[in-house]
Design a protein around this ligand. Structure first.
Ligand SMILES: C[S@@+](CC[C@H](N)C(=O)[O-])C[C@H]1O[C@@H](n2cnc3c(N)ncnc32)[C@H](O)[C@@H]1O
Ligand code: SF4
Length: 338
C-alpha cells in the first residue's frame, strides 16, 4: 500500500528484542510477543502476523496495540536510517528506506536495531528486579538466527541478566563472527551493573568494540542508598566502572550513561544524581519502575516525589534530562501512582 508520511512511529520497521527463551518482541514497552526463534525463522517472525499488523496499524496512526509505549507520542523513536558503508548494510538500508516510503508491511529488509537478552543470569540481586530469579538462555538455533542480522544491523543493545557475566562465551563470540566483523557500521550499547567492569575487561574487550554507549546502573548518589537497592552489590566497583569509562572516553568516541530506576529507596537522591552526572559529563537514564520485583513507592511519598522531580528540573541543564523528568512527572501526575 502507499501512505502519506510522516509516520509517528517506525519501531516495527527496524527493531527486535530477543529474550532468553527465544521470544521476540517488537519493543520493550508494547508487551507483544511476535513469535519464538526456537520454532520459527527470524524472517518468518519479522513478516508474521504480529509485526505486519502492527506496521499496518501504525501506517493508519492506530496505536491501540502499543500498550504504554509512548514512542509515537514523543517521536523520540523515529529512527533515521543511515546509508552506511559496508555492502550488506547499505543494501539492507536502501531496501528499508524504499519499504518505509511505500508503506510496505511485508519487508525484505531485516531488523537493524536488536536488543539481545541471551540469558537471565546475574551476579547481583537488585530489589526491584525479578530477572535474576529466572532461568533460561538462547539455544544454538536462536544464536544462529540472530547472527545472520549482524552483517547489516546498525545497532545492538547487549543486556541481561548481567551481560558482562558471560561476555566472553556469549557476546564476544557473537561479535567475532564473520558478518559482524565485516559490518563497519555496527554500533554497540552495553547495559551493565558495573560490578564486573574492571581495567582488564576494558583493555581486553571494550577498547576494541565499536561502542555507541555504555550504561552503568547505579541508582544512587550514596553507598547507603545503593546498598538498600542492591544489598549484594559493590558501590565502589560501580563508581570505578564509571571512572574507567570516563577515562576510555578520552581516546574513544562513545557515550557514558548512568541508569537510575526511581523507587522508594532512592527518589530523594534524584536531583543530586542529575547534578552529579551532569557535572561529570555522564548522561543519565531516569527510569520509572515498572512495578516488578519488590519495587515500591508508597502513596504518602507522592508529594515528596513530585517536589524532588521539581528540584531535579531546577538543576537539570541537559535537554534530554529535562524532557525525561517532565515525562516522568506527567506519568505520575496522570496515573496517580506514587
Ligand atoms: C534488567 S537490567 C540488565 C542489565 C544489567 N544487569 C543492569 O542492571 O544494568 C536492565 C535495566 O533494567 C533496570 N531495571 C531492573 N528492574 C527494573 C524495574 N522493576 N523497573 C524498571 N527498570 C528496571 C535495571 O536497573 C537496568 O538499568
Ligand atoms: S537489574 Fe541488572 S544487576 Fe540488578 S538483578 Fe536485575 S539484571 Fe541483575
Amino acid at each position: 500500500m502507499t501512505t502519506s508520511m510522516p509516520i509517528l512511529c517506525n519501531v516495527p520497521w527496524y527493531s527486535m528484542l530477543v529474550m532468553p527463551g527465544g521470544e521476540v518482541k517488537p519493543s520493550c514497552r508494547c508487551g507483544m510477543l511476535a513469535g519464538n526463534l526456537n520454532t520459527a525463522s527470524l524472517m518468518e517472525i519479522w513478516n508474521g502476523p504480529v509485526y505486519t499488523e502492527l506496521r499496518d496499524r501504525l501506517l493508519h496512526n492506530d496505536f491501540s496495540l502499543c500498550g504504554d509505549c509512548y514512542s509515537h507520542r514523543q517521536r523520540h523513536k523515529i529512527f533515521d536510517f543511515p546509508e552506511g558503508t559496508s555492502t550488506a548494510f547499505r543494501l539492507n538500508m536502501a531496501k528499508k528506506k524504499r519499504e518505509l516510503a511505500t508503506g510496505a508491511t511485508l519487508l525484505e529488509s531485516g531488523p537493524v536495531d536488536i536488543e539481545m537478552t541471551p540469558y537471565y543470569d546475574c551476579n547481583l540481586k537488585c530489589r526491584m528486579c525479578e530477572w535474576h530469579e529466572r532461568k533460561g538462555a538462547w539455544t544454538p538455533k536462536v544464536s544462529a538466527e540472530i547472527q545472520q542480522t549482524l552483517q547489516y544491523a546498525a545497532h545492538i543493545y547487549l543486556t541481561g541478566g548481567e551481560p558482562l557475566l558471560h561476555f566472553e562465551s556469549v557476546f564476544w563470540k557473537i561479535l567475532n563472527t564473520e558478518g559482524a566483523k565485516d559490518n563497519q557500521d555496527l554500533r554497540i550499547t552495553i547495559v551493565t551493573n558495573g560490578n564486573l567492569l574492571t581495567e582488564s575487561f576494558m583493555a581486553k574487550y571494550l577498547r576494541h568494540l565499536p561502542l555507541k554507549r555504555v550504561n552503568v546502573s547505579t541508582h544512587a548518589t550514596t553507598e547507603k542508598t545503593y546498598r538498600k537497592i542492591i544489598p549484594n552489590g559493590n558501590w565502589r566497583k560501580t563508581q570505578n566502572a564509571l571512572h574507567i569509562l570516563l577515562e576510555l572516553q578520552k581516546t574513544k568516541d562513545f557515550e557514558v550513561m548512568a541508569n537510575f530506576v526511581i523507587q522508594k529507596e532512592n527518589y530523594h537522591e534524584l536531583s543530586g544524581f542529575v547534578t552529579h552526572c551532569e557535572e561529570k559529563g555522564i548522561l543519565t537514564r531516569l527510569i520509572r519502575g515498572n512495578g516488578k520485583g519488590k519495587i515500591d513507592l508508597l502513596p504518602s511519598t507522592s508529594a515528596e516525589l513530585a517536589a524532588e522531580i521539581d528540584r531535579a528540573l531546577e538543576v537539570a541543564r541537559d535537554p534530554f534530562n529535562i524532557d525525561e523528568l517532565r515525562k516522568i512527572k506527567n506519568f505520575y501526575a496522570a496515573s496517580g501512582q506514587e
